[in-house]
Design a protein. Structure first.
Length: 291
């Protein structure tokens, strides 16, 4: 029972460490990055209005070029009521022949060193370029990496907004997976039978705050074991997890033992030794009912 209580307590402490307070955080409705068309022709610095919060970096439009990634065009211009806009167009049918590996525009918003983001939403206007055909679009997004085809955030079969009355859209990014992130990458795909689908006033909303946590990706992002910061608790837990004893032999028990050692070494900030048998109080025993 003491061992079970120890392990449960360790889990509670670990979970508690994720509830952080963010000193000097900006309001949660801060515009972290925004871009809107205000000219005609190819997208360049001079034909876009860009807003970027302190501690944040993002594209200024100069890297959005016509013909990018197989697109026929990605340009700014036209009499879009909400201001001149981005036009994402393909020369072929990307609705019935959708290909995740081409015909998209990708952009990434990152933090500057020493900052992190809590995201809230991605807001934008959208409109069909004309009345003919199907004019849909897909948006994918991922933190700390390039989006995969499983990272779909929004799928609009056929845009109902028009240039005179665009749709006001918002993608919810308030889930915990979007807290304390260092980059997010979006991909916009046209899904049209012909013509274009058009966008304006892209706004990434959230808060930015100072952070000394290292950037983490992959495995360590999910299974990170930071040392317990409370000195009294740290000493208590060290005495209740003195060594690891594995009773039995199998690939599963080996995997459990390896992960348990990694977790205890990190949480307790010490090298918790493996032992063939119990040699001291506080041993953590790994086994099965049969063993």
């Amino acid at each position: 029972m003491k061992l079970l209580t120890t392990l449960i307590s360790l889990c509670i402490i670990t979970a508690g460490l994720t509830n952080r307070s963010y000193a000097q955080a900006s309001p949660s409705d801060t515009i972290l990055w925004s871009i809107a068309g205000n000219g005609s022709g190819d997208v360049t610095d001079s034909s876009t209005t860009v807003t970027i919060a302190e501690g944040v970096s993002g594209p200024d439009g100069s890297d959005f070029n016509s013909g990018v990634n197989g697109l026929d065009s990605f340009v700014v211009g036209g009499s879009y009521t909400a201001g001149n806009h981005f036009k994402l167009k393909t020369s072929g049918d990307t609705n019935t022949n959708f290909d995740y590996n081409k015909d998209y525009v990708e952009f990434t918003i990152t933090t500057d060193p020493g900052y992190a983001l809590n995201l809230s939403s991605l807001n934008f206007d959208s409109a069909r370029g004309d009345d003919s055909g199907t004019r849909g679009f897909k948006i994918y997004g991922k933190i700390q990496g390039a989006p995969l085809d499983t990272d779909n955030l929004l799928d609009i079969d056929n845009e109902s907004g028009t240039r005179t009355t665009p749709s006001n859209r918002s993608i919810d990014l308030s889930a915990s997976q979007y807290d304390e992130v260092y980059s997010i990458t979006f991909r916009y795909y046209p899904s049209v039978t012909n013509g274009s689908v058009e966008f304006n006033n892209l706004n990434l909303i959230g808060s930015v705050f100072p952070s000394d946590t290292p950037v983490e990706t992959g495995y360590d992002l999910w299974l990170r074991y930071p040392a317990i910061s409370n000195t009294d608790l740290l000493l208590d837990y060290r005495s209740n997890a003195s060594e690891i004893v594995v009773e039995g032999s199998s690939d599963t028990l080996t995997a459990i033992s390896t992960e348990l050692k990694k977790g205890l070494d990190g949480l307790l900030d010490k090298d918790v030794q493996n032992s063939a048998s119990v040699t001291q109080d506080g041993a953590v025993i790994v086994g099965t009912p049969a063993s």
